[in-house]
Design a protein around this ligand. Structure first.
Ligand code: AMP
Ligand code: ZN
Length: 482
C-alpha cells in the first residue's frame, strides 16, 4: 500500500517513499511547556498520531521513529516561575522554572494519553540538548551563516538564498508582512536569534558567547539532527509554524549541511468563531476542561478526525453530541455480536485481526480521516462477528478504541457475553483438536455438533482453530458444560 501525503514544500500530493523502510523517521514540533494544552494544541497531536499509527501499520510497529520535542526554555515559563517566587515559593528561580516545566509535561502526558495518542518514540526536552545546539551554532558561525554580537548570535537570513521556499514567500514580502524586530545587535532586521544572553537568575548555559540560552528555532534543528540524523522523512506541525519557525529550521539545518526533512506536513487551525484558538487571543479552553466536563477523550478525538487536517475546523456542541452517539452505537454493535476484550486478544493472537483494504486506502490518501470514518459507518453494518473484524480493526487504527476493556465498561445489558463462555468454548475446541489427533472421529464430530448447536463458528487459520459467535449464537446452550 502506498501512502500519499500533501507536501507543503512542493504544494503537491506525493507518493510517500521512505528513505529507509526499516526506520521511517518523523519529527513534529511539540509544545512550549508553560501551561495546560488547549484544544487547538491537541489537533497536531491527533493528526500526527493517526499518521504514526498508519506508518506503523504499513511499515511495522518497530519500523517508525517519531520524535516530538518539549520546548522547556521560554520567557513564559520563566514568568510563571518568577510570579511563584514573588508569591513566596521556596527554591531558586531556576528550580522553580524546572518545576513548572515538569508539572506541565505531566499534564500534557495525562491529557494526550486521554485522547488515545500514542507516546512518540522520543520526547526530547530542549534543555537536555544544549551542547548539540551550541555545536550547531558554532558550525554556522564558522561557515559564515551566523555572527555574534554583544552576547547574541544571529542567523544571516540573506545568506541563505532559498529562504522562504517552504511558504513560497520572498524575504522582502516577509519583512513587509511580519513584525520583524529591529535591534542594535542585528546586521539586518530579518536575522533571527540562535543564542541570546541570560541573566544570572534565569536558566542559562555557558557558551563561547557567554552565559545564555538558545533561540527557539535552533532547538528543533539540533534535536532532529541528533535523534533522526542528517536526513529524515517527515516534518510536521501546525501551519502557524510555517513561517518563521519552519523556514528558520530549514535555513539553519541546510546551511549546516544537513539534508533535513523530505516531506513537510501542516495541519490547519482549530478555530473559535473564525479565529485561531490561541492563548494570546484568550479564546481557548483546555483539553482538561473538556475531560473534566465528562467528555470522553475518544469523543474529542472523533470530533477532531471528522474534519480533514488541511481544513480549518470548529469545535461545536452539535459535533460533540453526534460523535458521542455514533461511538456508543458502534461499541454496541460489537457488544451485540459478542465482542469482548478477550475475544479481540484471541483474534489478534490467531491471525484473524484483519483490516479493510478500502478503509486503509482512504486513510492512506493524505490522511483522509472524514472519508475513513464514512467507510467505518459502512463496515459497522456487517451482520456477523467475523464480518465485523475489519470494523473493529478500523476503530483501533483511528485510535477511537485504544483499550478494548471499554467493551466491559458499558455492556449493553442483555447481550453482553458471560465471562465463563470463553473458557468453555476454548476447552471444547481443544478437546476436538485432541480427538482429531487421536483419530477419534466420533468424538470430534460430537464436539463440533455441540459447538454448532450453540451457534459458535470455528475458523481455522494456518492450522490453528479460533472461534467467533455466529448469527445464532446462544451461550445458554453451553451452560451445562461450565
Ligand atoms: P505552541 O505551544 O503554541 O507552539 O503550539 C504547539 C503546537 O500546537 C504547534 O504545532 C502549533 O502549530 C499547534 N497549534 C497551536 N494552536 C493551534 C490551533 N488553534 N489549531 C491547531 N493547532 C494549533
Ligand atoms: Zn520546531
Amino acid at each position: 500500500m502506498t501512502i500519499q501525503l500533501y507536501n507543503t514544500a512542493t504544494r503537491r500530493k506525493e507518493a510517500f517513499e521512505p528513505i529507509d523502510e526499516g526506520n521511517v523517521r518523523m519529527y513534529v514540533c511539540g509544545p512550549t511547556v508553560y501551561d495546560r494544552a488547549h484544544l487547538g494544541n491537541a489537533r497536531p497531536v491527533l493528526v500526527f498520531d493517526v499518521l504514526f499509527r498508519l506508518l506503523r501499520h504499513v511499515y511495522g510497529e518497530n519500523a517508525v521513529t517519531y520524535v516530538r520535542n518539549f520546548t522547556d526554555v521560554d520567557d513564559k515559563i520563566n514568568a510563571t516561575a518568577l510570579a511563584r517566587k514573588e508569591a513566596g515559593a521556596a527554591g531558586t528561580l531556576e528550580e522553580l522554572v524546572a518545576e513548572r516545566s515538569d508539572e506541565t509535561i505531566g499534564w500534557y502526558h495525562a491529557d494526550m494519553d486521554a485522547l488515545g495518542a500514542l507516546r512518540p518514540t522520543h520526547e526530547p526536552r530542549a534543555t537536555r540538548f544544549i551542547a548539540q545546539m551550541v555545536a550547531m551554532i558554532e558550525d554556522l558561525i564558522a561557515k559564515g551563516f551566523a555572527y555574534e554580537n554583544d552576547g547574541h548570535v544571529l542567523f544571516r537570513v540573506r545568506e541563505y538564498v532559498a529562504y522562504g521556499t517552504l511558504s513560497g514567500r520572498s524575504v522582502d514580502d516577509m519583512i513587509a508582512g511580519a513584525r520583524v524586530e529591529v535591534a542594535p545587535y542585528k546586521e539586518d532586521p530579518m536575522d533571527f536569534v540562535l543564542w541570546k544572553p541570560s541573566d544570572d537568575e534565569l536558566p542559562g548555559w555557558d557558551s563561547p558567547w557567554g552565559r545564555g540560552r538558545p533561540g527557539w528555532h535552533i532547538e528543533c534543528s539540533a534535536m532532529a539532527y541528533e535523534l533522526l540524523g542528517d536526513t529524515f522523512d517527515i516534518h510536521g506541525g501546525g501551519n502557524d509554524l510555517q513561517f518563521p519557525h519552519h523556514e528558520n529550521e530549514i535555513a539553519q539545518s541546510k546551511c549546516a549541511g544537513h539534508g533535513f526533512a523530505n516531506v513537510w506536513l501542516h495541519n490547519e487551525m482549530l478555530q473559535v468563531e473564525g479565529k485561531k484558538m490561541s492563548k494570546s487571543l484568550g479564546n481557548f479552553f483546555t483539553v482538561r476542561d473538556l475531560l473534566d466536563q465528562g467528555v470522553p477523550g475518544e469523543v474529542i478525538r472523533f470530533v477532531m478526525l471528522s474534519t480533514h487536517y488541511r481544513k480549518p475546523m470548529d469545535w461545536t456542541e452539535k459535533k460533540r453530541e453526534d460523535c458521542t452517539k455514533t461511538l456508543m452505537e458502534w461499541l454496541n454493535v460489537l457488544q451485540k455480536h459478542g465482542y469482548t476484550p478477550k475475544m479481540v486478544a484471541r483474534l489478534k493472537d490467531k491471525g484473524l485481526w484483519v483490516s479493510d483494504a478500502e478503509f486503509m486506502g482512504v486513510l492512506a490518501n493524505d490522511l483522509n480521516t472524514p472519508g475513513a470514518l464514512a467507510r467505518v459507518h459502512v463496515l459497522a453494518k456487517a451482520r456477523t462477528a467475523e464480518a465485523l473484524v475489519p470494523f473493529a480493526h478500523a476503530l483501533e487504527t483511528l485510535g477511537l478504541v485504544t483499550d478494548w476493556s471499554v467493551l466491559d465498561l458499558s455492556p449493553s445489558q442483555n447481550d453482553a457475553m458471560p465471562d465463563w463462555v470463553d473458557a468453555v468454548i476454548e476447552r471444547l475446541i481443544e478437546e476436538r483438536g485432541a480427538a482429531r489427533v487421536a483419530k477419534d472421529w466420533a468424538e470430534a464430530d460430537r464436539l463440533r455438533d455441540v459447538l454448532n448447536a450453540a451457534g459458535v463458528q470455528v475458523t481455522d487459520v494456518a492450522g490453528t482453530a479460533s472461534w467467533l459467535p455466529g448469527p445464532a449464537f446462544d451461550p445458554s446452550k453451553l451452560e451445562a458444560l461450565r
